[in-house]
Design a protein around this ligand. Structure first.
Ligand code: HEC
Ligand code: HEC
Length: 302
C-alpha cells in the first residue's frame, strides 16, 4: 500500500471512529429541555400524541461501548489501520499458505492410504468414489457427460461399459487420461457413394444389426481397406484407437446407417486432451476407481 492510500485509510478510520465516538458520548450527556410533565412539548394529533424523553437504555450503551473497545483492539492486533501490520503479524498470504500446506498434507495422507488398497478395494471405498466423481465432474464431464456415458457428437466414448478403444486395463486407461488420445479415421468418400453404402451395410452386418444382405455382400471385399486399422476380424486395434465394429457399442452414433456412411465418407477425428498438466497418477487412480464403481460387475478387472 502506498503512503498516500495508507494515510487516506487512516484518515477515514479516525474520522469515522471519532465521529461515532463523539456522538456516543455527546448523546449520553446532552441535556434535553423538558416540560414539567416530563415531555419535550412536541405534540401530534391535536395533543393526543406527546413526545416524552428517555435516556439511552443501559444495554445499548454497554453494547456500543463494547463495540468501540472491540474495534480498537482489532485495529491494534490485525491489519486494517492503513499500512499498520497489527501486533499479531497476521497476513492473508500466510493463512492461505498454511491452509494449502494443510490440505496438501491431508491429500498426501489420503493418497498413501489409498495406495495400500487394491483397485477393487479402491472402487468400493466411498471416499475414493466421492473424490473420483468430483475430479470426473470437474475435468471430464464436459465431454464424456456427467454419467460418463459418452457423447457421440464429440466422439467421446462411454467410459462405463466394458468396451475400450485404447485398452481397458488400468495402465492403458491411465495413459489415455494423462497423455491424451487422438483417433484418426481417414475420409474415404472418394470410394463413391454407392461403395460407401455397401460398406456401411457390411459394417452393420458385423454386429448383427438390421442391414441389406445383398449390399453387405457387395461391401465385404472393400473391407480389406478398413482391416488395415480395424483388423481383419474387424475387432479393432487399440494401438491405433480403431474401435471394434463387431459389437453393438458405438462411439460416434447409435449405429444407424446414415451415421456410418458419414463416418466412412468424411472420416473421424476424436481428440482426448492430455491431462498430465492437471492430474497425476493418484488422481487417475481414484477416477478409474469411480468409473469402475459406476459400471459394477460388467467392468470386473481384466
Ligand atoms: C475435450 C473433450 C474431452 C475431455 C474434457 C475428456 N475427454 Fe476423454 N476422450 C475424449 C474423446 C473425443 C475421446 C476419444 C478419442 C479417440 O479415440 O479418438 C476420449 C477418450 C477417452 C478414453 C479412452 C476410452 C477408450 O475407449 O479407450 C478415456 C479413458 C478417457 N477419454 C477418459 C477421460 C477422463 C478420465 C477425462 C477427465 C480427466 C477425460 N477423458 C476428459 C474427449 C474428452
Ligand atoms: C487409418 C486407419 C483406419 C482406416 C483405414 C479405417 N478406419 Fe474406421 N476408424 C479408425 C479410427 C482411429 C476410428 C476412431 C476414430 C475416433 O474415435 O477418433 C475409426 C472409427 C470408425 C467408425 C466409427 C465407430 C464408432 O464406434 O462410432 C466406423 C463405423 C468405421 N471406423 C468404419 C470404417 C470403415 C468401414 C472403414 C473402411 C472403409 C474404415 N473405418 C477404415 C481408423 C480407420
Amino acid at each position: 500500500m502506498s503512503t498516500f492510500w495508507s494515510l487516506w485509510v487512516m484518515a477515514l478510520v479516525v474520522f469515522n471512529l471519532g465521529l461515532t465516538l463523539f456522538l456516543f458520548s455527546w448523546a449520553r450527556k446532552v441535556e434535553i429541555p423538558t416540560l414539567e410533565d416530563g415531555t419535550t412539548g412536541h405534540v401530534w394529533a391535536h395533543g393526543v400524541l406527546r413526545e416524552s424523553v428517555r435516556r439511552l437504555p443501559g444495554w445499548w450503551v454497554i453494547t456500543s461501548a463494547g463495540m468501540f473497545v472491540f474495534a480498537f483492539v482489532y485495529l491494534l492486533l490485525y491489519p486494517g489501520f492503513g499500512a499498520w501490520k497489527g501486533l499479531l503479524g497476521w497476513t492473508q498470504h500466510e493463512q492461505h499458505a498454511t491452509q494449502v500446506a494443510l490440505n496438501d498434507a491431508n491429500v498426501a495422507e489420503l493418497n498413501s492410504r489409498f495406495a495400500q488398497l487394491s483397485p477393487e478395494q479402491l472402487a468400493a471405498n466411498p471416499l475414493a468414489q466421492q473424490i473420483g466423481e468430483r475430479l470426473f465432474i470437474d475435468n471430464c464431464a464436459a465431454c464424456h457427460q456427467r454419467n460418463a456415458r459418452g457423447n457421440p457428437l464429440l466422439g467421446a466414448p462411454n467410459l462405463v461399459d466394458d468396451d475400450w478403444t485404447w485398452g481397458g486395463d488400468d495402465a492403458s486407461i491411465t495413459t489415455s487420461i494423462l497423455e491424451g488420445r487422438q483417433g484418426l479415421m481417414p475420409p474415404l468418400g472418394s470410394l463413391g457413394a454407392d461403395t460407401v453404402t455397401d460398406l456401411a451395410h457390411y459394417v452393420l452386418s458385423l454386429s448383427g444389426a438390421p442391414h441389406d444382405a445383398a449390399r453387405a455382400t457387395n461391401g465385404q471385399p472393400g473391407f480389406a481397406l478398413c482391416s488395415a486399422c480395424h483388423g481383419s476380424d474387424a475387432k479393432g486395434n487399440p494401438i491405433m484407437g480403431a474401435p471394434n465394429l463387431t459389437d453393438s457399442t458405438w462411439t460416434w452414433s447409435k449405429g444407424d446407417l446414415p451415421a456410418i456412411e458419414r463416418a466412412i465418407t468424411d472420416g473421424l477425428h476424436g481428440v482426448m486432451p492430455a491431462w498430465k498438466a492437471r492430474l497425476n497418477q493418484d488422481d487417475t487412480r481414484v477416477i478409474i476407481a469411480w468409473l469402475r464403481s459406476q459400471s459394477g460387475d460388467r467392468l470386473a478387472r481384466r
